[in-house]
Design a protein around this ligand. Structure first.
Ligand code: HEM
Length: 393
């Protein structure tokens, strides 16, 4: 058996059954569970809930993501709508490109507004919701153009305030979120029908409408829009929140560090998309483990980014490792292969600009709360307070 930290070949330990309660342990603390499992079983093991093969070996992870042999379904989880898949693949790629172009143009044209967005947070702000609110406020005009229905604009602001962008863990919270999500989909679908006769370039919704064939059900367009809306707001806010929290935990003064390095390091230590699933299409092997159609493989950037063999002092927030002076290990915060994140560059630019605006001419003080990261789909940092005061320079 090989463990993360040893330089040998991968010989997966997948036959050994999990002890009783392993699935419950995994659901309660997925990150802690996979770390312990990688230490005890090596970088390739089955997850105890659905049996998916968790892969944290760099070479195997690349093979899965690039999938040159076509062993996995040619789908991206991103475009699951209405119980099916919004396709064909060319349409998905066109949507990703159109969304990226809309956000990129907005960030380039409006970045000088970021200091004002940061100032609106006030001296003391409550994170990570403040991060999502700041990103939403900054991107609002790109997400929904100002002449959209006021009811829809208010509803989307409500979605951000009510934290509908984050999947809750309790049953009741999940039901109430599902109800609100369904209402939002209906309202956006109405807007899609209203806009369709005269599509024009404008905001993210126009981008999705123009990139989808006209016969696509309005509800499906609405769902994809909503996923892109969530992806544009929540992960970017979380990357900045993780940078603030991790810097405070490791005594790093963010004012002394290039914001781009801090964002890269935040995405290494806390890759918000921490597990990338792929359904198996054809019988094949990953790291010698036979897989059958119907099973799935989950590449784990979280473990890959914390592998001591490739990342010295892997558990520490050290933005200096991005200054080019030391070798770097496997790094997949935006995935890899044909389904790599369409918005990677714009997300990184926006997170960097937002962090730079926060640290500019200010003293930051982070007061961590008692919580743990919330892991439902993406990793959300635990709540903390940020005090930001003008620095005397
Ligand atoms: C920090 C922010 C972000 C992170 C960490 C992130 C991460 C990811 C990851 C890991 C994937 C690949 C999923 C997989 O392999 O299964 C992905 C896919 C995708 N992301 Fe992002 N993302 C971010 C922001 C954005 C933004 C702002 C956009 C808006 C354009 C975006 C659009 C997409 C799209 C369209 C896909 C699907 C790509 C495809 O299947 O062709 N992402 N993202």
């Amino acid at each position: 058996m090989t463990t993360v930290g040893e330089p040998d070949r991968v010989v997966p330990d997948v036959g050994r059954p999990w002890p009783r309660g392993a699935a419950r342990h995994y659901r309660r603390d997925p990150l802690g569970f996979v770390e312990e499992s990688a230490r005890a079983r090596g970088p390739v093991f089955r997850l105890p809930d659905d049996g998916s093969l968790c892969v944290a070996d760099p070479a195997e992870a690349q093979r899965v993501l690039h999938d040159e042999a076509g062993d996995h379904d040619d789908v991206s989880g991103f475009f699951h709508v209405g119980g099916g898949l919004l396709g064909p693949r060319a349409t998905q790629v066109a949507i990703g490109r159109a969304a990226r172009a809309t956000l990129r143009a907005h960030v380039a044209a409006h970045r000088e507004r970021l200091p004002a967005v940061v100032a609106e947070l006030g001296e003391v702000s409550r994170w990570p919701s403040a991060g999502r609110a700041a990103v939403h406020r900054f991107l609002a005009g790109a997400l929904l153009r100002p002449d959209s229905s006021p009811a829809l604009r208010e509803l989307m602001a409500h979605v951000v305030r009510r934290e509908v962008l984050i999947r809750p863990s309790g049953r009741l919270a999940r039901m109430s979120r599902r109800a609100l999500w369904a209402r939002v989909v209906r309202t956006i679908a109405t807007e899609v029908r209203h806009r369709r006769p005269e599509p024009r370039p404008g905001d993210l919704l126009d981008a999705v409408i123009t990139a989808t064939p006209p016969e696509t059900p309005a509800e499906h367009v609405a769902q994809v829009y909503l996923l892109l809306f969530r992806t544009s707001v929540a992960p970017v806010g979380h990357v900045v929140a993780w940078a603030l929290l991790s810097a405070a935990a490791d005594g790093v003064d963010l004012a002394e560090v290039p914001a781009g390095s801090a964002v890269r390091e935040s995405l290494r230590l806390w890759p918000v998309a921490w597990l990338l699933g792929r359904p198996v299409r054809r019988a094949h092997q990953v790291a010698g483990v036979p897989l059958e159609p119907g099973e799935s493989v989950s590449v784990c950037p979280y473990l890959l980014h914390r592998d001591e063999r490739h990342w010295p002092q892997a558990a520490r927030f050290r933005p200096g490792r991005w200054d080019g002076s030391e070798p770097r290990g496997p790094y997949l915060p935006f995935g890899g292969g044909p389904f790599t994140c369409a918005g990677a560059a714009v997300a990184q630019t926006l997170a960097t600009d937002l962090l730079a605006a926060l640290t500019d001419a200010a003293r930051l003080e982070v007061r961590p709360g008692p919580g743990r990261p919330h892991v439902e789909g993406i990793i959300t940092p635990p709540p903390f307070l940020l005090r930001r005061t003008a620095s005397q320079t």
